[in-house]
Design a protein around this ligand. Structure first.
Ligand code: FES
Length: 128
């Protein structure tokens, strides 16, 4: 398998949003290690159940997820970040993750109660 095969296999060419979650940290600072792991497992499971983890007939795009060892905020975690929207969420417990999935990812509305900073990435680079 080469890199282009991997791009197709992981649907990297179809990523619409990328969620980073601080979990299973080597030095847990923003939340208990167990809570972070439970949140990560919840995020993975719900992305799959909602059919967001891969393209489908209903949606040509998908949501990519990455477990981050530390997002350098180290307070009020688990910290969850949604790109390219640039929305930083605090206290991303399973209940809050569900709200983020339903309201932000599916409904395109920021969960204001838990968003502590918004900094969208809209710089476009050329790959020529
Ligand atoms: S340990 Fe979670 S942001 Fe640093």
């Amino acid at each position: 398998m080469n890199l282009q095969d991997t791009v197709k296999k992981l649907f990297i060419d179809r990523i619409e949003r990328h969620i980073f979650l601080c979990a299973d940290q080597s030095k847990p600072k923003c939340c208990d290690k167990e809570l972070g792991i439970a949140c990560w497992e919840y995020l993975k499971k719900r992305l799959q159940e909602l059919g967001l983890d891969r393209p489908s007939q209903l949606n040509a795009n998908c949501v990519f997820r990455t477990k981050a060892n530390c997002l350098r905020v180290c307070l009020e975690g688990p910290i969850l970040l949604v790109y390219p929207d640039g929305v930083w969420y605090r206290q991303a417990t399973p209940e809050v993750i569900e709200q983020i999935l339903q309201q932000h990812i599916l409904g395109n509305q920021i969960v204001k109660e838990y968003a502590f900073y918004i900094h969208p990435l809209d710089n476009i680079v050329k790959f020529d």
